[in-house]
Write a protein of this length. Structure first.
Length: 181
C-alpha cells in the first residue's frame, strides 16, 4: 500500500470524524495542537489534492457559486488510514518520530479496538526501554569525555524518554480499566 505524509494521515483522520471543507481543516490546524503541521493553503490543499488523486478522499462539486468543496474519506482512504494506525512503533519511530506516534495514538480510540491500542502501547514502551538502555550504555562509555552541560543535556533527553515509557504504561493501564483516568 502507498504511504503518505503525516499531514496526509492527519487529514484522513479528521475526515474520518466527519466530512469537512479545506477551510474547515485549516481552521482546525490554527485552533488546536495540530498547528505545527501548518494551516497554510500551500500545505493543506496540495495534500488534499494528493489524497484525491490516490482515491483516498472525494470532494463535492463547488456549490452556489462558492469554491468551497466538502471532502469525504473513501473506503480506500479509510483502509489506508487504518493501516497507518495499526503500524507497530519501531525503534526508528521512537528516535525520530515520537510526535508522530502520539498523533497516531490520538486517533486510535476512534477506530481501533482496545486490544490493538494496548498492543501499540506495549510495543512503544518496549521500544523506548531498549532505546533508553542504549542511551545509558553510551553515557557510561562517553561521560568522561563530555562537558558537564553536555552530560546534563544528555540526561535530560534520557529522562524525557523515560517519561514517555512511564506514560505508555499508565495509558495502557487506563485503557485496560475501560478508559477511566
Amino acid at each position: 500500500m502507498t504511504s503518505d505524509t503525516i499531514l496526509g494521515y492527519v487529514l484522513l483522520g479528521l475526515l474520518h470524524q466527519e466530512p469537512r471543507s479545506g477551510y474547515d481543516l485549516r481552521k482546525i490546524f490554527t485552533s488546536t495542537p495540530f498547528s505545527h503541521f501548518s494551516d497554510s493553503p500551500g500545505a493543506v490543499y496540495p495534500a488534499l489534492a494528493r489524497l484525491r488523486r490516490r482515491g483516498w478522499v472525494t470532494a463535492s462539486a463547488p456549490t452556489g457559486g462558492r469554491r468551497k468543496r466538502l471532502f469525504r474519506l473513501t473506503a480506500t482512504g479509510r483502509k489506508a488510514w487504518l493501516a497507518w494506525l495499526r503500524q507497530p512503533p519501531t525503534g526508528t519511530d521512537v528516535i525520530r518520530g515520537m510526535d508522530h506516534l502520539f498523533v497516531r495514538f490520538a486517533f486510535m480510540g476512534e477506530a481501533l479496538p482496545a486490544e490493538v491500542v494496548v498492543r501499540f502501547l506495549d510495543t512503544l514502551a518496549r521500544e523506548i526501554d531498549e532505546h533508553v538502555e542504549d542511551l545509558r550504555q553510551f553515557r557510561r562509555e562517553a561521560a568522561a569525555g563530555m562537558s558537564i552541560t553536555g552530560r546534563l543535556a544528555y540526561d535530560a533527553g534520557v529522562e524525557s524518554y523515560e517519561t514517555h515509557a512511564a506514560w505508555a504504561r499508565r495509558a495502557r493501564a487506563i485503557i485496560m480499566q475501560g478508559g477511566e483516568s
